[in-house]
Design a protein around this ligand. Structure first.
Ligand code: GDP
Length: 308
């Protein structure tokens, strides 16, 4: 677990640096709010204006920032930093719990727009689950991108898991049916399905996701058990509109936020939780196979306001 914490911290280093830059280097000592425009020109956690600016700069977004600032004003317990951290944690936790269930195999669809890191995420997640003792199988249902299938084959091999794939252009729902049936027959714990990610404006993509959902429901009770929407943190707030549309069409019930290591906009996790009301399940903090970390809200808040 220690390594997860250090990964979250290093993955959020750019965001933490950005926040520190706005807040300045002053220590977190003030317990009282200094009014805006005061001659002391306070930085750090002395001024709510500075905090607001820092949150917006980190892409927490106006609605979530507003909620945090309002709560900090109403809450008089502890330093401003403590109050900001507390409310940020509340926002992140104010989402439905991740779906849980004992049904095996657990079917997880991974959805999202091409380029967000979907295939990489499937590979990393297969590795994470497999190494944590859950026998995993992956399914290449993005049958229109031969390169994506090849890429997934490489990841599957590295993770030491079976891959079910089909001929290029095959029906994605048929491949998924085969994969879930095989996973059931082989007694696997989890099946990860890498779905196609053409643009959300294509109604055929939505129809395809719907068909995949119906097909897996016939093989395993309650499937798909999780639909993880992959979002690219470097896109920040701009990804939210697209995310909302994808969410509605795919029935996503969890988020994977990728490329946090490459951005100072890591505050977008808070915006996502606040605006999409979905739990962030995993975060991507690099390109290597072990650079996917289960999301931990407390560790995230701690990393954002990290001291160094
Ligand atoms: P897909 O089109 O959504 O399947 O995207 P890919 O899985 O092919 O990933 C697109 C690019 O993003 C690749 O170059 C990945 O290495 C990179 N990528 C994915 N996740 C992360 C991450 O967490 N951090 C960084 N730095 N790069 C990532």
């Amino acid at each position: 677990m220690t390594s997860f914490f250090s990964r979250i911290r290093s993955g959020l280093a750019k965001t933490a640096k950005q926040i520190r830059e706005v807040l300045g280097a002053a220590p977190d000592t003030a317990a009282s709010d200094v009014p805006a425009g005061s001659p002391r020109a306070p930085k750090a956690f002395e001024s709510l204006d500075a905090v607001e600016e820092a949150l917006i700069a980190a892409d927490v977004g106006l609605p979530a920032t507003g909620r945090i600032i309002d709560a900090v004003r109403a809450d008089r317990q502890g330093s401003i930093k403590d109050r900001v951290s507390r409310e940020m944690l509340r926002v992140l936790r104010d989402v439905p719990p991740a779906p849980n269930g004992a049904v095996r195999p657990r079917v997880i669809l991974v959805v999202g727009v091409n380029g967000t890191g979907k295939t990489t995420t499937v590979g990393k997640l297969a590795n994470l689950l497999q190494t944590s003792g859950q026998s995993t199988m992956v399914c290449a249902a993005d049958t229109f991108r031969a390169a994506a299938v090849e890429q997934l084959a490489v990841w599957a091999q590295r993770a030491g898991v079976d891959l079910i794939r089909a001929q290029s252009g095959a029906d994605p729902a048929a491949v998924t049916f085969d994969a879930v049936t095989a996973a059931k027959a082989r007694g696997r714990d989890v099946v990860l399905v890498d779905t196609a990610g053409r643009l959300h404006t294509r109604t055929n993509l939505m129809a395809e996701l719907d068909k995949i959902r119906r097909v897996v429901a016939k093989v395993v009770e309650g499937a798909p058990h999780e639909v993880l929407l992959v979002l690219d943190a470097t896109v920040g707030q701009n990804g939210l509109v697209q995310a909302r549309e994808f969410m509605a069409a795919s029935g996503a019930n969890g988020i994977v936020l990728t490329k946090l290591d490459g951005t100072a906009k890591g505050g977008v996790a808070v915006a996502i939780a606040h605006e999409l009301r979905l739990p962030i399940r995993y975060i991507g903090v690099g390109e290597a196979i072990d650079d996917l970390v289960p999301f931990d809200a407390a560790a995230y808040v701690d990393a954002i306001f990290g001291e160094k």
